[in-house]
Write a protein that binds this ligand. Structure first.
Ligand code: 2HG
Ligand code: ZN
Length: 462
C-alpha cells in the first residue's frame, strides 16, 4: 500500500532515490540476525551529505523513525527495520575521499566497505588494522556505530582507536564535524567518541577520517591443539611474552566440526577439545627460531598437544579459515548468539563458571564457543535443534542468557563486547550498565535526537 509519507519525502528531497518495491523492503529491512520480519516504510539512498541532512530534517518534522543502514552484517538487530521505519542506506556514499601522507589520515564516506579501506591504506604503503571476516560487506559507518572489534584488537585495539574524525548528521539534520583529524584536542567533550558504538541512535555517520598504521609486519600463523580450557590463558601469556602477538583466537572442537563440515580442510588427524589460531610478527631465521622455541615451551608445559606453523600465505589463509569460517558455517542453524567480555585477568574464573553453567542448562543443545580470547571476548553460539520452533528456542536461550548476564555482572563484564546491543541484547543492558549510566545515555540521546526518531527501540526502549 502506497503511503502518503513517501510522496511527502520525495517532495521534500526531490533528487533522493527512494525504493518501495517489496523485494527491496525485505532486503534492506534485515541484518544477519534474521529473527525479525522486515517491514520498513521505504528505503532512502542518499547520494551526498546534503541529502542525508534533508532526509533527517524531514523525518524530524514528520516524526518518522529512521534506521541508519550500512552493510547490514550486524548480529544484534541494530539495523533491523521491522516497524515501518525509513531505512537510510549509506550504500551510494561509499567513496574514498582523500589521503594525507603527513597526517597519515584516510577520509572515506561512511558507506565504504572495510575492505575498500584496507586496499586504500595498502595503496599508500600503510595499513588500517581493524579486521574481521565480514570485511567485504560491512561498512565503515557500521563499524564505527558498533565500535567493531575483530581479530586484531589484541594488538591494535577497537575501531574507536582509529577514528580521528567523524561527520555526524543528528536527529534534527544538523551536521557535526567532530575532531577533524586532530591528534590532540582538549577543548571540551569529545563528541566523536559518542558516535562510536552509538548504534545509529544519536546520528547518521556520513563520513570518517581514519588513522592509518605502519604497514603490517611479515607474519606467521600458528594453529595449536589444547587439551583443556584451563591452559588457554597460560598459552596466551607465554606466547605474548615471547613473540610479537598480532592475533590470538580460540575455538572448540564443535566449532571445528562445523567449519570442516562446511568445506574447510581438517588440520589434524586426531580431534582435540580446544584450538588456538595465533598470528605473530616473524622475520627470517630469528623469527623461525623464536616461534619454534615458544611452541616447544608450550608443549613441554603440557599445554599443547599438537600444532602447525604456516609456511606461506596459502597455508596461513587455510589456518585462518578454520576460525573465520565459523560464523558462516553456523548460519544454517539459526544460532542464538552471545558476545560477552570480561577483563582478560577475569577470564579463567569466568570461563570455568560459564562452562559449568552452560553444561547444566544446555545439555540438549549444540553450544559452540569461539572468539577473541586475548581481548577477554567470547562468542557463544547456541544452535537451534532442527525439530524445535524458533520462538521456543529463543525463549529457552533467553532464560539462559539471563543467568549468563548475572555471571557477567559478578565478574564486572559486558553483555556485548563488539556486536552491539541492538534489539537482541536490549533486555540485558541493565545487567552490565547501571541505571545512572543508562539515564545519562538517555539524556545524550535527547540532546542529539529530541524527537526520538533515530533507530528507536534499539539499545533501550524510547
Ligand atoms: C567473529 O568473531 C564475529 O567471527 C562473529 O564477531 C561472531 O558469529 C559470531 O557469533
Ligand atoms: Zn568477533
Amino acid at each position: 500500500m502506497y503511503d502518503a509519507r513517501i510522496s511527502s519525502l520525495q517532495a521534500a528531497v526531490p533528487a533522493l532515490q527512494v525504493l518501495t518495491d517489496p523485494t527491496d523492503l525485505a532486503h534492506y529491512g534485515v541484518d544477519w540476525t534474521r529473527r525479525w520480519t522486515p517491514a520498513p516504510l521505504a528505503i532512502a539512498l542518499p547520494a551526498d551529505v546534503a541529502q542525508v541532512q534533508a532526509v533527517m530534517r524531514w523525518a524530524h518534522a514528520q516524526g518518522v523513525a529512521v534506521v541508519p543502514s550500512g552493510g547490514r552484517t550486524g548480529l544484534s538487530g541494530g539495523a533491523v527495520a521491522a516497524n515501518g521505519e525509513l531505512v537510510l542506506s549509506l550504500q551510494r556514499m561509499n567513496k574514498v575521499l582523500g589521503f594525507d601522507a603527513v597526517d597519515r589520515l584516510l577520509t572515506v564516506q561512511a558507506g565504504a566497505a572495510l575492505e575498500t579501506v584496507h586496499e586504500a591504506a595498502r595503496t599508500h604503503g600503510l595499513q588500517y588494522p581493524v579486521d574481521f571476516a565480514a570485511r567485504g560487506s560491512c561498512t565503515i559507518g557500521g563499524n564505527i556505530a558498533t565500535n567493531a572489534g575483530g581479530i586484531r584488537v589484541v594488538r591494535y585495539g577497537n575501531t574507536r582507536e582509529w577514528v580521528a574524525g567523524v561527520k555526524l548528521v543528528t536527529g534534527t539534520g544538523e551536521l557535526l564535524d567532530l575532531n577533524r583529524g586532530l591528534v590532540k584536542n582538549s577543548s571540551g567533550y569529545d563528541l566523536r567518541h559518542l558516535a562510536v558504538a552509538s548504534e545509529g541512535t544519536l546520528g547518521v555517520i556520513v563520513e570518517a577520517t581514519l588513522r592509518l598504521a605502519e604497514p603490517a609486519p611479515a607474519t606467521r600463523v600458528m594453529l595449536l591443539a589444547l587439551p583443556s580450557f584451563d591452559v588457554l590463558m597460560q598459552v596466551f601469556q607465554a606466547l605474548r611474552e615471547r613473540l610479537g602477538l598480532e592475533a590470538f583466537e580460540f575455538f572448540t572442537d564443535r566449532a571445528l566440526h562445523h567449519v570442516v563440515a562446511h568445506g574447510a580442510q581438517p588440520p589434524f588427524d586426531t580431534a582435540y577439545p580446544f584450538y588456538v589460531v595465533a598470528e605473530f610478527a616473524s622475520e627470517g631465521e630469528a623469527g623461525e627460531v623464536a616461534l619454534l622455541s615458544a611452541f616447544e615451551h608450550c608443549v613441554e608445559q603440557g599445554w599443547v598437544e599438537d600444532g602447525v606453523i604456516s609456511h606461506g600465505d596459502t597455508q596461513a589463509a587455510q589456518l585462518w579459515r578454520l576460525r573465520e569460517g565459523i560464523t558462516e558455517s553456523l548460519a544454517p542453524y539459526v544460532p542464538y548468539k552471545n558476545d560477552v567480555s570480561v577483563r582478560v585477568s577475569a577470564m579463567p574464573a569466568f570461563l570455568a563458571e560459564t562452562q559449568a553453567l552452560l553444561a547444566a542448562e544446555y545439555p540438549q543443545f549444540d553450544v559452540v564457543w569461539f572468539g577473541h580470547i586475548g581481548d577477554g571476548n567470547l562468542h557463544i553460539n547456541v544452535l537451534k535443534p532442527e525439530a524445535m520452533a524458533n520462538p521456543d528456542f529463543v525463549i529457552e536461550c533467553e532464560r539462559v542468557t539471563k543467568l549468563l548476564a548475572a555471571t557477567l555482572e559478578r565478574h564486572g563484564g559486558s553483555i556485548s563486547a563488539e556486536h552491539g546491543i541492538g534489539l537482541v541484547k536490549k533486555p540485558y543492558l541493565r545487567s552490565t550498565r547501571s541505571d545512572a549510566e543508562i539515564a545519562v545515555m538517555r539524556g545524550i540521546k535527547a540532546a542529539l535526537d529530541p524527537a526520538g526518531i533515530l533507530n528507536p527501540g534499539k539499545l533501550f526502549d524510547p
